[in-house]
Design a binder for this molecule. Structure first.
Ligand code: PLP
Length: 378
């Protein structure tokens, strides 16, 4: 079997599996005073340090959550509520058109809930990079306190976004900055922002664990109230095995970035065998593990099923909860026509990928194009 869908989820790495199993064996509640509780607390605090080190943050800035979606919701709603409480209402949300739904859907919800809040999409150029000149103009044109959301790297194309420049624009405009660093983690150095979201299962950790990196002093009101866990910033008994596994995965990911050889070999071999393949974002700086491409005239849904029968697991872009292939909003924002976009496939590599995976994937794709390409042409 050839698994090339790391951007959807990564297989659990050995270190993470071991840490999660050890945590399950401890089995205490980190809020308990007795020794089992203290052992659980120690594991969580170790993991906090490991995640902080990966994010270039202080341990006190790490708030453990159930994943990046929850972290994004906490950041967006928490920032809105805090700004309103302080009498400095946010009235403008600038969100890049290629953000993950965890950001886009929450941003849309906020505009339904808070009267006077406007959502403005930051356009994206054909090369997959957010157009910060357009953002600069948007910021100058209007008035009001703003929050900007720009991801570190896109989950579909892998294109790395200019978050450092966005941070400078945010500082000039007195705006807050939220950065979804889910796909960047372990693959490139992580940017700093007022709010950073992370997910364990994209870097070899378990599903159902993640973090909000909440910069010291960033406005925030906890929207989940309860037993006061996570220093009152996110209530709910901590997911001990998930957090311990996350910490171990973060430590492993901090030491090794993904190996660029496999993605580069894959694209070089694919271009040789299928010369009219179109690779999206290939002229931009990209994550070294991600290849997003379209096979001419072969619908992604057909290709995914045929490749799966050959034992090769790819995806059509973002993993959708319905399991259906959805038209990519990322490619639409890049101006890619619908007929090309519906043929888009993503191969994403990770810690267990190797030469055999590249060979199996290229062979299966080449066979598919030979088989179906003939039928399409006939
Ligand atoms: N942000 C990006 C860029 C993602 O790729 C994903 C996962 O698909 C998420 C956020 C959501 O992460 P989680 O599954 O931890 O909620």
């Amino acid at each position: 079997m050839t698994y090339l869908d790391y951007n959807a989820t990564s297989p659990l790495c050995e270190a993470s599996k071991r840490a999660a199993e050890q945590a399950l064996a401890v089995g205490g509640n980190a809020s308990s005073v007795h020794r089992r509780g203290r052992a659980a607390r120690a594991l969580i605090e170790d993991a906090r340090e490991q995640v902080a080190a990966l994010a270039g943050a202080e341990p006190a800035e790490v708030v453990f959550t159930s994943g990046a979606t929850e972290a994004a919701a906490l950041a967006l709603w928490g920032a809105m509520e805090a700004a309103a409480d302080a009498g400095k209402r946010l009235t403008r949300l600038f969100v890049s058109a290629i953000e993950h739904p965890s950001i886009l859907a929450n941003a849309r919800r906020l505009t339904e809930r808070f009267a006077g809040l406007r959502l403005e999409l930051i356009p994206v150029r054909a090369d997959g990079v957010a157009d910060l000149d357009a953002l600069r103009t948007l910021l100058r044109e209007g008035k009001g306190r703003a929050l900007i959301a720009l991801m570190a790297a896109n989950n579909e194309t892998g294109v790395i976004q200019p978050v450092g420049e966005a941070a400078m624009l945010a500082a000039e405009a007195g705006a807050l900055l939220l950065c979804d660093a889910v796909q960047a983690a372990g693959r490139m150095p992580l940017p700093r922002a007022d709010y950073v979201t992370l997910s364990a299962h994209k870097m070899g950790g378990p599903q159902g664990a993640g973090a909000l990196i909440l910069k010291t002093g960033a406005p925030y009101v906890p929207v989940i109230a309860g037993g006061g866990q996570e220093r009152g910033l996110r209530a709910g008994t901590e997911n001990l095995p998930g957090i311990a596994g996350f910490g171990a995965a973060a430590a492993a990911a901090a030491g090794e970035t993904a190996d660029p050889r496999w993605r580069d070999r894959f694209e070089a071999d694919l271009k040789k065998n299928v010369p009219d393949v179109r690779i999206f974002g290939c002229d931009s700086p990209r994550l070294c593990n991600t290849s997003f491409f379209a096979l001419p005239k072969i619908a992604a849904e057909t290709a995914l099923m045929a490749l799966d029968l050959d034992g090769v697991m790819l995806s059509s872009g973002s993993a959708c909860s319905s399991g259906k292939v959805k038209r990519s909003h990322v490619l639409a924002a890049m101006g890619v026509s619908d007929d090309v976009a519906e043929c888009a496939l993503r191969a994403s590599f990770g810690w267990s990928s190797g030469e055999a995976d590249v060979e199996a994937a290229v062979t299966a794709i080449t066979n598919l194009v030979t088989r179906l390409g003939r039928r399409v042409a006939a």
